[in-house]
Structure formats: structure tokens, C-alpha cells
Design a protein around this ligand. Structure first.
Ligand code: PEP
Ligand code: MN
Length: 359
């Protein structure tokens, strides 16, 4: 699979260049689109983005200007010489974008999660027989097979200029990130299919301006192939994703401070695997700390109800069921018991601390 992938563009990036796609989340008006584009082009940007069909989570949001935005993108292309790109989500979008001479299309996270929509887009591309670069965002849910399946449908339709966009994954609740990076997922994609370039989208992962630079640097450190970043001439007034968009000026500053690592190391796979371990250990720490917090809550409950900290039957059940589960996952029973006992001891210690707390 994916043996004969071609570069997204033959003449971009050049040897020492960083691959960057940037522009507003949405094309709102002709003026906003062109003003942003002119500023970006003046800073040397080569590929402009602007969404004109915007799949929104809930009705009532700005759903894009639709086909009316295509002539604006054509003007951007004519006037600035930049290549232009937009998001497509169905057959009509693909036809309209290709007919308008759009240089690259991407498929959004809500669409790549839907195999029927992906197949419809793939079939349309195949029928048109065009050699257009296509990027597939990761689906909203952290399912690598669904992501690879989406890429595969486009590849099977004859598209060879194909890449993936890492835009993070939805989780319930409020977090530092708008969409969790779950770096191990794009890394697994890289390990399974090293030919597919991976473009990082710090805007939709971070959801906040101040996270764009650190996320971008991390992605470059991890060997990603480029960035797609939202930029708007007046970000605070943007009709969609205002808090994560940057002015072209700030974006330019960030791009100039990023350190691009291009040394191809023979130890690349080892580095990737180690990074994966680092991430997983971070996740383990987070999960352990969450478990301890819940344990302390239980401690408070037991204190209020004057219950003893350790209930032997409950503990035996916990141990037995967890060891059985872990064994099913291919782990050793003694190893599991050691870990579970250590966790349990620490929970008990914390609960005793709470019970003895006098205030
Ligand atoms: C976008 O790129 O503006 C967009 C809608 O992104 P996503 O599909 O990642 O939410
Ligand atoms: Mn957006």
C-alpha cells in the first residue's frame, strides 16, 4: 500500500524550505480573503488555505460562503502567485474545486470519519482523473485504521500526491488542547506507512494562538513534513475559530523562529519509538494521578461515613478482575500483581492521610 506516492508538489518545498499551508479558517468576504492573502504572500508563503464549505459541529454557526468563495481564491492565485487550497466534503465540492483550478484539497476531520463520504470523494476524483494533491485530516476520533482507510480510498482512486494532516482528536471535557494531539497515532501512521507525508495542524489541536509555536516546534522535532496553520488579517474578528488564528505578521515571526531539522538519521525508527515511549509514559503518569485523585475522593466519603479504609473483599475483586484483564492483554500475572499492589498501597496511604486530616 502507498508504494508509489509522489511529492505533493514537484517544485515545492525546495531543499531547505519548510512546507507551510496557511490562510484563514474561512473565506468570509472577498476583501478579508485578499487582504490576508496579500500579507501572507509578501512574507513568502507559497500555499494559501481558506475554507469555503465549513462542516460545523452544531447548526447556526457560519457554514462558509460556498461556491461564491471560489472566484476569490482564483483572484488570490492570479494576484499573488500563491497556490490555493480548500476543504471538500462531498462530490459537488470536489467538482467545483477542481473546475475552479484549486491546487490542493483537504478533507476535514468530520468527513474522514465517514467512509461513505470518503468513498464518494474518491469516486469523484477517479472519475475526473485529475492529479491534484489531496490531504486527509485524521478523523475526529482516535482511530488509526479509519484514518488509513480514508487515505487508502483516495489512493485507490488513483491519487498519488497524497498526505495526512494531524489535527488532533476530540475528547469529552475541557482540556489544555482543543483536540488532544495523541502524538503516538501519527507516529504509528509514520511507522506503518513511511511514504505518507504528515502535515501538522497546530491551530486545530491547540485551539489557542499561544499554542501554535510550541506545537509546531514539537512536530518538526518529531520529523513531521510540514505545517498547516490558520492566519487571518484580523483574527479577533474572524467568523470561525477566532481564538486560534494569527495575524500574518505573528505567523511570519513564528515561522522564522522555528528550528527545522532535516537530517535524515539512520536511527529514525528508534527515535520515533522512543518518542512513543515518552508519550505513553506521560499518559501513564496522567492516568495514575487521576486514579489517586479519585481515591482521595473515596477517602473523603469513607471519612464522612466512618467506614474503614480497606475493605478486603472489594480489594480482592479488584485485584482478580484487573489481573485477568491484563493477562488477556498479554501481560504477566506476577508483574500485574506487583503494580496493582503498589498502586493500592499508595491509595490506602492517601486515604489514611485524609481520614486523619482534622479540618
Ligand atoms: C479547518 O481546517 O478549518 C477545519 C474545519 O478543520 P478540522 O476538520 O480539522 O476541524
Ligand atoms: Mn478552522
Amino acid at each position: 500500500m502507498f508504494e508509489d506516492i509522489k511529492p505533493l508538489f514537484d517544485n515545492y518545498p525546495e531543499e531547505k524550505e519548510l512546507f507551510v499551508i496557511t490562510g484563514p479558517c474561512s473565506a468570509e468576504t472577498e476583501d478579508q480573503t485578499l487582504t490576508t492573502a496579500r500579507q501572507l504572500a509578501a512574507n513568502g508563503i507559497k500555499i494559501f488555505r481558506a475554507g469555503i464549505w465549513k462542516p460545523r459541529t452544531r447548526p447556526g454557526g457560519f457554514e462558509g460562503v460556498g461556491e461564491a468563495g471560489l472566484p476569490w481564491l482564483q483572484r488570490v492565485k492570479e494576484e499573488t502567485g500563491m497556490m490555493v487550497s480548500t476543504e471538500v466534503a462531498n462530490r459537488n465540492h470536489v467538482i467545483a474545486a477542481v473546475n475552479a483550478g484549486i491546487d490542493l484539497i483537504w478533507i476535514g476531520a468530520r468527513t474522514s470519519a465517514n467512509p461513505f463520504a470518503m468513498q464518494e470523494i474518491a469516486d469523484t476524483l477517479e472519475a475526473l482523473g485529475v492529479d491534484i494533491p489531496v490531504l486527509v485530516k485524521n478523523p475526529v476520533n482516535p482511530d488509526i485504521d479509519l484514518w488509513i482507510g480514508a487515505l487508502q480510498r483516495i489512493y485507490n482512486a488513483g491519487i498519488r500526491r497524497l498526505g495526512a494532516i494531524h489535527r488532533g482528536f476530540s475528547v469529552y471535557g475541557k482540556h489544555l488542547y482543543r483536540n488532544m494531539p495523541q502524538w503516538h497515532i501519527p507516529i504509528e501512521l509514520r511507522l506503518r506507512h513511511p511514504n505518507i507525508p504528515i502535515i501538522h495542524d497546530p491551530s486545530h489541536i491547540g485551539g489557542k494562538r499561544e499554542l501554535v509555536a510550541p506545537l509546531s516546534q514539537q512536530a518538526l522535532d518529531m520529523g513531521f513534513n510540514g505545517l498547516i496553520i490558520e492566519s487571518h488579517c484580523s483574527p479577533d474578528e474572524a467568523w470561525s475559530d477566532a481564538s486560534q488564528q494569527l495575524t500574518p505578521e505573528v505567523l511570519n515571526f513564528i515561522l522564522n523562529t522555528l528550528v527545522v531539522r532535516r537530517d535524515k538519521q539512520t536511527t529514525e525508527n528508534l527515535t520515533l519509538l522512543r518518542q512513543q515511549i515518552d508519550r505513553i509514559d506521560n499518559d501513564l503518569m496522567e492516568i495514575l494521578s487521576k486514579r489517586m485523585q479519585v481515591s482521595r475522593e473515596i477517602g473523603k466519603y469513607k471519612k464522612e461515613h466512618r467506614m474503614p479504609v480497606v475493605q478486603a473483599t472489594r480489594y480482592n475483586d479488584v485485584l482478580r478482575s484487573r489481573v485477568a484483564l491484563g493477562k488477556e492483554m498479554g501481560m504477566d500475572a506476577d508483574f500485574l500483581k506487583t503494580i496493582l499492589l503498589a498502586i493500592h498501597d499508595e491509595s490506602v496511604r492517601q486515604q489514611i492521610e485524609i481520614i486523619n486530616d482534622r479540618d
